[in-house]
Design a protein around this ligand. Structure first.
Ligand SMILES: [Zn+2]
Length: 318
Protein backbone atom coordinates (compact mmCIF):
# COMPACT_ATOMS: atom_id res chain seq x y z
CA UNK A 1 0.00 0.00 0.00
CA UNK A 2 1.42 3.46 -0.87
CA UNK A 3 2.14 5.85 1.98
CA UNK A 4 -0.37 8.05 3.73
CA UNK A 5 -0.84 11.41 2.03
CA UNK A 6 -2.37 14.63 3.31
CA UNK A 7 -2.63 18.31 2.44
CA UNK A 8 0.75 19.81 1.55
CA UNK A 9 2.36 16.55 0.39
CA UNK A 10 4.34 16.59 -2.85
CA UNK A 11 5.94 14.02 -5.12
CA UNK A 12 5.35 10.96 -7.25
CA UNK A 13 2.89 9.32 -4.85
CA UNK A 14 0.71 12.42 -4.94
CA UNK A 15 0.89 12.20 -8.73
CA UNK A 16 -0.23 8.55 -8.58
CA UNK A 17 -3.06 9.47 -6.25
CA UNK A 18 -4.24 12.32 -8.50
CA UNK A 19 -4.22 10.02 -11.54
CA UNK A 20 -6.20 7.41 -9.58
CA UNK A 21 -8.72 10.06 -8.52
CA UNK A 22 -9.14 11.10 -12.17
CA UNK A 23 -10.05 7.50 -12.98
CA UNK A 24 -13.13 7.95 -10.81
CA UNK A 25 -15.36 10.50 -12.52
CA UNK A 26 -15.93 13.52 -10.26
CA UNK A 27 -19.52 14.27 -9.43
CA UNK A 28 -19.23 18.02 -9.11
CA UNK A 29 -15.59 19.07 -9.36
CA UNK A 30 -13.24 19.26 -12.34
CA UNK A 31 -10.56 16.66 -12.99
CA UNK A 32 -7.20 17.29 -11.34
CA UNK A 33 -3.95 18.37 -12.90
CA UNK A 34 -1.56 15.49 -12.24
CA UNK A 35 1.15 17.79 -10.85
CA UNK A 36 2.25 15.97 -7.68
CA UNK A 37 1.11 18.78 -5.38
CA UNK A 38 -1.54 18.01 -2.73
CA UNK A 39 -3.15 21.46 -2.76
CA UNK A 40 -6.70 22.72 -2.15
CA UNK A 41 -8.17 21.29 -5.36
CA UNK A 42 -6.75 17.87 -4.65
CA UNK A 43 -8.03 18.09 -1.09
CA UNK A 44 -11.54 18.91 -2.34
CA UNK A 45 -11.46 15.97 -4.74
CA UNK A 46 -10.19 13.59 -2.04
CA UNK A 47 -13.08 14.64 0.21
CA UNK A 48 -15.60 14.28 -2.62
CA UNK A 49 -14.26 10.81 -3.40
CA UNK A 50 -14.36 9.80 0.27
CA UNK A 51 -17.95 10.99 0.56
CA UNK A 52 -19.03 9.18 -2.60
CA UNK A 53 -17.23 6.04 -1.41
CA UNK A 54 -18.80 6.10 2.08
CA UNK A 55 -15.42 6.62 3.75
CA UNK A 56 -14.62 9.00 6.61
CA UNK A 57 -14.36 12.42 4.95
CA UNK A 58 -11.09 13.60 6.51
CA UNK A 59 -9.11 14.55 3.39
CA UNK A 60 -6.33 12.16 4.38
CA UNK A 61 -5.43 9.41 1.94
CA UNK A 62 -4.72 6.50 4.25
CA UNK A 63 -5.09 2.73 3.76
CA UNK A 64 -8.90 2.77 3.37
CA UNK A 65 -8.94 5.56 0.81
CA UNK A 66 -5.99 4.09 -1.10
CA UNK A 67 -7.72 0.73 -1.14
CA UNK A 68 -10.92 2.20 -2.60
CA UNK A 69 -8.96 4.31 -5.07
CA UNK A 70 -6.99 1.37 -6.38
CA UNK A 71 -9.57 -1.40 -6.32
CA UNK A 72 -12.93 0.20 -7.07
CA UNK A 73 -13.73 -0.18 -10.70
CA UNK A 74 -14.12 3.28 -12.22
CA UNK A 75 -17.64 4.06 -13.36
CA UNK A 76 -18.19 3.31 -17.01
CA UNK A 77 -18.81 6.31 -19.18
CA UNK A 78 -21.82 5.52 -21.28
CA UNK A 79 -21.62 5.46 -25.03
CA UNK A 80 -24.05 7.56 -26.95
CA UNK A 81 -27.27 5.75 -27.67
CA UNK A 82 -29.12 8.70 -29.08
CA UNK A 83 -29.17 10.34 -32.44
CA UNK A 84 -25.94 11.92 -33.58
CA UNK A 85 -27.40 14.99 -35.16
CA UNK A 86 -25.37 17.39 -37.27
CA UNK A 87 -27.76 20.31 -37.15
CA UNK A 88 -26.00 23.32 -38.60
CA UNK A 89 -22.39 22.16 -38.43
CA UNK A 90 -20.43 23.70 -41.30
CA UNK A 91 -20.59 20.72 -43.67
CA UNK A 92 -24.23 20.01 -43.00
CA UNK A 93 -25.10 23.64 -43.48
CA UNK A 94 -23.64 23.62 -47.00
CA UNK A 95 -25.61 20.49 -47.84
CA UNK A 96 -28.74 22.03 -46.33
CA UNK A 97 -28.34 25.19 -48.35
CA UNK A 98 -27.98 23.14 -51.55
CA UNK A 99 -31.11 21.29 -50.62
CA UNK A 100 -32.92 24.53 -49.93
CA UNK A 101 -32.08 25.69 -53.45
CA UNK A 102 -33.39 22.42 -54.81
CA UNK A 103 -36.56 22.92 -52.82
CA UNK A 104 -36.95 26.47 -54.02
CA UNK A 105 -36.54 25.37 -57.63
CA UNK A 106 -39.68 23.34 -57.06
CA UNK A 107 -41.20 26.42 -55.53
CA UNK A 108 -41.40 28.09 -58.92
CA UNK A 109 -42.25 31.72 -58.14
CA UNK A 110 -44.48 31.87 -61.20
CA UNK A 111 -46.53 29.02 -59.79
CA UNK A 112 -49.20 29.81 -57.28
CA UNK A 113 -49.06 26.29 -55.96
CA UNK A 114 -48.09 26.00 -52.30
CA UNK A 115 -45.13 23.75 -51.41
CA UNK A 116 -47.63 21.38 -49.88
CA UNK A 117 -49.51 20.86 -53.14
CA UNK A 118 -46.23 20.38 -54.97
CA UNK A 119 -45.00 17.67 -52.67
CA UNK A 120 -48.05 15.82 -51.52
CA UNK A 121 -49.16 13.19 -53.93
CA UNK A 122 -50.53 11.00 -51.20
CA UNK A 123 -50.33 10.42 -47.52
CA UNK A 124 -48.23 7.27 -47.62
CA UNK A 125 -44.59 7.19 -48.66
CA UNK A 126 -45.37 4.82 -51.52
CA UNK A 127 -47.99 7.16 -52.90
CA UNK A 128 -45.57 10.07 -53.00
CA UNK A 129 -43.49 10.54 -56.12
CA UNK A 130 -40.13 8.85 -55.87
CA UNK A 131 -38.57 11.61 -57.93
CA UNK A 132 -39.28 14.29 -55.37
CA UNK A 133 -36.25 15.09 -53.23
CA UNK A 134 -38.49 16.15 -50.38
CA UNK A 135 -41.70 14.65 -49.03
CA UNK A 136 -44.22 15.37 -46.36
CA UNK A 137 -44.78 13.09 -43.40
CA UNK A 138 -46.89 10.00 -43.91
CA UNK A 139 -49.98 9.44 -41.79
CA UNK A 140 -48.07 6.83 -39.79
CA UNK A 141 -45.25 9.29 -39.13
CA UNK A 142 -47.76 11.95 -38.07
CA UNK A 143 -49.28 9.49 -35.60
CA UNK A 144 -45.83 8.83 -34.13
CA UNK A 145 -45.17 12.57 -34.00
CA UNK A 146 -48.47 13.27 -32.25
CA UNK A 147 -47.75 10.64 -29.60
CA UNK A 148 -44.91 12.88 -28.40
CA UNK A 149 -45.76 16.38 -29.59
CA UNK A 150 -49.58 16.27 -29.40
CA UNK A 151 -51.06 18.98 -31.59
CA UNK A 152 -48.12 21.35 -31.22
CA UNK A 153 -46.65 20.77 -34.70
CA UNK A 154 -47.80 22.38 -37.95
CA UNK A 155 -47.38 19.46 -40.36
CA UNK A 156 -48.13 21.65 -43.37
CA UNK A 157 -44.64 23.16 -43.04
CA UNK A 158 -42.67 20.00 -42.24
CA UNK A 159 -40.75 18.13 -44.92
CA UNK A 160 -38.46 15.14 -44.89
CA UNK A 161 -35.58 14.28 -47.23
CA UNK A 162 -33.32 11.27 -47.60
CA UNK A 163 -30.19 13.44 -47.57
CA UNK A 164 -27.75 13.67 -44.66
CA UNK A 165 -25.14 16.17 -43.57
CA UNK A 166 -21.44 15.85 -42.98
CA UNK A 167 -20.38 12.36 -41.93
CA UNK A 168 -23.80 10.93 -42.76
CA UNK A 169 -25.36 12.72 -39.79
CA UNK A 170 -29.03 13.66 -39.95
CA UNK A 171 -29.92 17.30 -39.46
CA UNK A 172 -32.82 19.70 -39.68
CA UNK A 173 -32.84 23.03 -41.46
CA UNK A 174 -35.38 25.84 -41.52
CA UNK A 175 -35.55 28.18 -44.44
CA UNK A 176 -37.91 30.68 -46.02
CA UNK A 177 -40.18 29.60 -48.83
CA UNK A 178 -42.12 32.28 -50.69
CA UNK A 179 -44.53 33.22 -47.92
CA UNK A 180 -43.64 31.05 -44.96
CA UNK A 181 -40.78 29.33 -43.17
CA UNK A 182 -40.54 25.59 -43.67
CA UNK A 183 -38.51 22.91 -41.91
CA UNK A 184 -36.78 20.03 -43.63
CA UNK A 185 -35.57 17.03 -41.67
CA UNK A 186 -32.70 15.41 -43.54
CA UNK A 187 -32.84 11.90 -42.14
CA UNK A 188 -30.91 9.88 -44.73
CA UNK A 189 -34.13 8.00 -45.48
CA UNK A 190 -37.81 8.75 -45.95
CA UNK A 191 -38.53 6.11 -43.30
CA UNK A 192 -36.42 7.09 -40.27
CA UNK A 193 -36.47 5.15 -37.02
CA UNK A 194 -38.85 6.42 -34.37
CA UNK A 195 -35.94 7.82 -32.32
CA UNK A 196 -34.53 9.71 -35.28
CA UNK A 197 -37.94 11.07 -36.21
CA UNK A 198 -38.61 12.25 -32.64
CA UNK A 199 -35.17 13.87 -32.37
CA UNK A 200 -35.38 15.81 -35.62
CA UNK A 201 -39.00 16.77 -34.95
CA UNK A 202 -37.76 18.41 -31.75
CA UNK A 203 -35.67 20.78 -33.88
CA UNK A 204 -38.79 21.43 -35.96
CA UNK A 205 -40.65 22.15 -32.72
CA UNK A 206 -37.87 24.53 -31.65
CA UNK A 207 -38.26 26.36 -34.96
CA UNK A 208 -42.04 26.55 -34.96
CA UNK A 209 -42.28 27.80 -31.37
CA UNK A 210 -39.73 30.60 -31.57
CA UNK A 211 -40.08 34.16 -32.84
CA UNK A 212 -36.80 33.57 -34.73
CA UNK A 213 -37.45 30.29 -36.51
CA UNK A 214 -33.77 29.89 -37.43
CA UNK A 215 -32.53 30.25 -33.86
CA UNK A 216 -32.22 26.53 -33.14
CA UNK A 217 -29.60 26.18 -35.86
CA UNK A 218 -27.23 28.84 -34.52
CA UNK A 219 -27.77 27.52 -31.00
CA UNK A 220 -26.86 23.97 -31.99
CA UNK A 221 -23.68 25.05 -33.72
CA UNK A 222 -22.69 27.38 -30.84
CA UNK A 223 -23.01 24.61 -28.28
CA UNK A 224 -21.10 22.14 -30.43
CA UNK A 225 -18.37 24.78 -30.81
CA UNK A 226 -18.24 25.24 -27.05
CA UNK A 227 -17.89 21.49 -26.56
CA UNK A 228 -14.88 21.35 -28.90
CA UNK A 229 -13.25 24.34 -27.19
CA UNK A 230 -13.85 22.96 -23.69
CA UNK A 231 -12.61 19.51 -24.71
CA UNK A 232 -9.40 20.97 -26.07
CA UNK A 233 -8.79 22.92 -22.86
CA UNK A 234 -9.51 19.81 -20.80
CA UNK A 235 -6.65 17.89 -22.44
CA UNK A 236 -4.20 20.08 -20.50
CA UNK A 237 -5.73 18.74 -17.30
CA UNK A 238 -6.01 15.13 -18.43
CA UNK A 239 -4.10 14.12 -21.57
CA UNK A 240 -5.80 10.69 -21.53
CA UNK A 241 -8.89 12.43 -22.88
CA UNK A 242 -7.08 12.58 -26.22
CA UNK A 243 -7.42 8.81 -26.48
CA UNK A 244 -11.21 8.71 -26.17
CA UNK A 245 -12.95 7.90 -29.44
CA UNK A 246 -15.40 10.79 -29.11
CA UNK A 247 -12.74 13.43 -28.43
CA UNK A 248 -12.60 16.30 -29.45
CA UNK A 249 -16.20 16.85 -30.53
CA UNK A 250 -18.15 14.95 -27.91
CA UNK A 251 -15.90 13.94 -25.04
CA UNK A 252 -15.83 14.71 -22.21
CA UNK A 253 -18.11 17.66 -22.93
CA UNK A 254 -20.94 17.26 -25.39
CA UNK A 255 -23.69 19.50 -26.70
CA UNK A 256 -26.02 16.48 -26.31
CA UNK A 257 -25.18 15.53 -22.74
CA UNK A 258 -27.84 16.62 -20.27
CA UNK A 259 -28.87 16.23 -16.65
CA UNK A 260 -32.31 14.61 -16.47
CA UNK A 261 -35.05 16.37 -14.54
CA UNK A 262 -34.39 19.98 -15.52
CA UNK A 263 -37.07 22.14 -17.10
CA UNK A 264 -37.15 22.72 -20.85
CA UNK A 265 -35.79 26.27 -20.56
CA UNK A 266 -32.59 24.87 -19.04
CA UNK A 267 -31.67 22.75 -22.07
CA UNK A 268 -30.02 24.10 -25.22
CA UNK A 269 -31.10 22.81 -28.65
CA UNK A 270 -29.33 19.44 -28.77
CA UNK A 271 -29.81 18.71 -25.08
CA UNK A 272 -33.53 19.35 -25.48
CA UNK A 273 -33.75 17.13 -28.57
CA UNK A 274 -31.83 14.39 -26.77
CA UNK A 275 -33.98 14.65 -23.64
CA UNK A 276 -37.22 14.47 -25.65
CA UNK A 277 -35.78 11.58 -27.67
CA UNK A 278 -34.88 9.75 -24.45
CA UNK A 279 -38.44 10.19 -23.18
CA UNK A 280 -37.77 12.53 -20.23
CA UNK A 281 -41.22 13.14 -18.77
CA UNK A 282 -40.91 16.85 -17.92
CA UNK A 283 -39.80 18.04 -21.34
CA UNK A 284 -42.23 15.70 -23.10
CA UNK A 285 -45.16 17.11 -21.14
CA UNK A 286 -43.97 20.61 -21.93
CA UNK A 287 -43.61 20.24 -25.71
CA UNK A 288 -47.05 18.69 -25.93
CA UNK A 289 -48.65 21.58 -24.06
CA UNK A 290 -47.72 24.34 -26.50
CA UNK A 291 -50.31 25.46 -29.05
CA UNK A 292 -49.51 25.08 -32.75
CA UNK A 293 -47.36 27.95 -34.12
CA UNK A 294 -47.32 29.75 -30.74
CA UNK A 295 -44.04 31.23 -29.52
CA UNK A 296 -42.98 29.54 -26.29
CA UNK A 297 -40.99 31.78 -23.93
CA UNK A 298 -39.30 28.73 -22.40
CA UNK A 299 -38.05 27.71 -25.83
CA UNK A 300 -36.79 31.26 -26.40
CA UNK A 301 -34.89 31.14 -23.10
CA UNK A 302 -33.50 27.70 -23.91
CA UNK A 303 -32.16 28.67 -27.31
CA UNK A 304 -30.19 31.53 -25.75
CA UNK A 305 -28.15 29.08 -23.67
CA UNK A 306 -24.66 28.11 -24.74
CA UNK A 307 -24.17 25.06 -22.55
CA UNK A 308 -22.70 21.58 -22.74
CA UNK A 309 -22.87 18.56 -20.44
CA UNK A 310 -19.91 16.74 -18.88
CA UNK A 311 -20.30 13.03 -19.65
CA UNK A 312 -18.02 12.08 -16.73
CA UNK A 313 -20.45 13.43 -14.18
CA UNK A 314 -22.77 11.13 -12.37
CA UNK A 315 -26.32 11.02 -13.73
CA UNK A 316 -25.55 12.89 -16.95
CA UNK A 317 -27.19 11.25 -19.94
CA UNK A 318 -25.72 11.28 -23.36
ZN1 LIG B 1 -30.17 17.29 -33.07
Amino acid sequence: MPKMLSYGAVGQEVRDMQAALNNHPPTGLPLLAVDGIFGPRTLARVKEFQGNSKLAVDGIVGPNTWSKLLTTKPAEIANRVGINCGTHDAGSRAIGEGLAKEFLSFANPSSAASPQSRFVQGTTAAAQSSSNPIRMLTDAQKTTAKSVYGNSLDFSRIFISNKTGLGGRPFTIAFPDSNQIVQIMNCGTFSPSQKLLIHELCHVWQSQHHSDQFKFMSNAVKCQGKAVADNTTETFVDPDILLHKDHPVQFPFSAYAYKPGLTLNQYAAEQMANAVEHGEAGVRTHVKSIAMNATDSNNVTALNLTVVGDRRQKGVKF
